[in-house]
Design a protein around this ligand. Structure first.
Ligand SMILES: Nc1ncnc2c1ncn2[C@@H]1O[C@H](COP(=O)(O)OP(=O)(O)OP(=O)(O)O)[C@@H](O)[C@H]1O
Ligand SMILES: Nc1ncnc2c1ncn2[C@@H]1O[C@H](COP(=O)(O)OP(=O)(O)OP(=O)(O)O)[C@@H](O)[C@H]1O
Ligand SMILES: [Mg+2]
Ligand SMILES: [Mg+2]
Lengths: 165, 165, 165, 165
């Protein structure tokens, strides 16, 4: 219905504006209905301006900036209708160390209401987790679950199948 | 309605019965390239009713059945079970735990179960539909897909908002 | 026919005249998300004759002109120069160095130069064509595009082979 | 012409088979003309089987395996018609540590004939380079080139704009 869509849209928009500023340490973002008269059919436009930069189309943003903007929008939707769990597969691939840290801090704000299952190659993301599961293929072609300790994260090369054996 | 457990048996590279127990908070899954981490994400989608083989990176649905390795023969079926904590009774069953099972045989035949009771795929999808925990666009982000919300055309983006409304 | 130097002035985020000198071997460009690394790659494509604004992540070609920042006004034009080592005479000019310059004014007017001689864009493209160093699909891989060869349909893949043939 | 395409195709194929085995430490790969009678129009199919695994469509490969396969094919084309330079923007984003090392070792085999300009966030890739350039935005919105020493790579956080200031 129109009322419910408008209510959701307003809430997601408010969350997005706040989460973007949190992830970017400033700047400005918005989501806009392209066709405000036709709420039930209108497409949605995204505006994102990192701090200190001029507004430009989101296509010009860098790889890492696009990931951070997408995460802000995703979590904005999530916050308006929380799912009991959230599964993220290598969403931090394009992030530098500083943004990786901001991303992981943001996840912490949602942990109270939702369970997160995150796949990552980043040691920083691993260190921020509560539990680590390792998956390895000691026998070629066959996946096996192993337990990984937090002390392993920095001591061994987690990506080396031999190390995890 | 958090995930308590995921069991895989014959699903993609998980030739041996493998169980992942999940807790509240953040669980991080780690391991080398190609060892099976994203296959775990595919299993969750599959159990929740994903019908597009392409969305599971396959050419046809039978691609999810373990098809052998250097030392193993292909298996005759793929099976995966997702167990939810239902103390909140968010799922419409009067049980503290709800286990959803999906099985696919090489013959192409499928089986579906809720708490070991045989059911149809549509029963699973309908049960998940109002919980915010089904196959929606914002509680599961596949590898390489985080920027999809930014790239997609305004109409596709709208679909995500509608799921949250 | 290696690259000796790349100069940017007013090209995307490079408001100030900036020069990169390149040597034989491997040069690695590093820095935080959004600082301008991929913009350097865009500049090389642009100088070599890229005409698709979309391929440079813009909506229109004028998007490559520095459009201001918190403390700066937009600039009136974008300019970039790529200088090649031509001791091999692989480029059809009897000069040890060949500098290719492209400039775009806010008015939409463009200028092109080879060793400071005014020329047309098509002269630049034709000069580069047989060298294996032009805008081909295999000597420049943009961010997020490495898997394109695998994803593209068989006919698109063929185009890459034909460029190499 | 048919003869030239066939010659190129055969050479790229031979290179691809060899480079794949080198990058994966074994396994098997091939490229195939879908329509051998119609060489000038035929699409091209890619077959890739990592060591110890059963052959399957390349869509089922993991993110890192797809990158390694694409790199093998790209360098196979490159070897048959070397470009004087090769520009790679964050192609190592999906690679674990072990594959990152194999990727960088492979680049070393091509360095004799071609100059490489690589953008990366990976410390391992940075350490393998001959020269490092830093790009930063001390002034918001304005890119600036700075020199980065190899000792910086492990001592400071290269992704922290403040550290590079
Ligand atoms: N039906 C199947 N039977 C056996 N192996 C399979 C099957 N389907 C997929 N695989 C294998 O699973 C592997 C991919 O696993 P997955 O995508 O989970 O890796 P990953 O751990 O996510 O790696 P990355 O870090 O590179 O993303 C492939 O090598 C593929 O061959
Ligand atoms: N015409 C322009 N004027 C000013 N700034 C611009 C212009 N075009 C692009 N930019 C800015 O350049 C930035 C993107 O730079 P770039 O893509 O090179 O980053 P990057 O260093 O590759 O980052 P990442 O590591 O995230 O990939 C964006 O923030 C964008 O606002
Ligand atoms: Mg994966
Ligand atoms: Mg970039």
């Amino acid at each position: 219905s129109v009322t419910r869509f408008n209510a959701t849209f307003a809430q997601v928009r408010e969350n997005f504006v706040e989460l973007f500023r949190k992830l970017f340490g400033g700047g400005k973002a918005d989501i806009v209905l392209l066709n405000p008269e036709d709420v039930l059919e209108s497409g949605i436009e995204i505006i994102a301006r990192p701090p200190g930069k001029e507004p430009c189309s989101i296509s010009l943003l860098s790889g890492g900036e696009k990931t951070m903007t997408a995460v802000a929008l995703l979590m904005a939707v999530f916050r308006s209708k929380p799912s009991p769990y959230c599964i993220l597969d290598e969403v931090d691939a394009a992030l530098d160390e500083a943004n990786n840290q901001r991303f992981n801090s943001l996840v912490q704000e949602f942990v109270k209401d939702s369970q997160f299952i995150i796949i990552s190659h980043s040691k920083r993301t691993m260190s921020a987790a509560d539990v680590l599961y390792g998956v390895t293929m000691q026998e070629p072609g066959v996946s096996k679950k192993i337990s990984v300790r937090f002390s392993d994260v920095h001591n061994i090369n987690l990506d080396d199948p031999a190390a995890l054996a | 309605m958090q995930i308590k457990k995921l069991e895989l048996f014959g699903f993609k590279s998980f030739a041996d019965r493998t169980e992942f127990v999940f807790d509240r908070g953040v669980t991080c899954i780690v391991g080398p390239n190609g060892c099976g981490k994203s296959n775990v994400v595919d299993a969750v989608k599959w159990i929740l009713g994903e019908q597009s083989a392409k969305s599971l990176r396959g050419q046809e649905m039978l691609d999810v059945v373990f098809n052998g390795s250097a030392n193993r023969h292909p298996l005759g079926f793929a099976e995966a079970t997702l167990t939810f904590d239902n103390t909140s009774r968010r799922l419409p069953l009067d049980q503290a735990e709800v286990a959803v099972t999906r099985r696919l045989y090489r013959s192409g035949e499928s089986e579906y179960m809720i708490n070991r009771q045989s059911c149809r795929l549509k029963d699973i999808r309908e049960m998940m539909m109002d919980t915010g925990a089904g196959l929606n666009a914002y509680s599961l982000v596949e590898q390489g897909r985080v920027e999809v919300l930014l790239q997609s055309n305004p109409q596709e983006r709208r679909a995500v908002f509608e799921e949250a409304a």
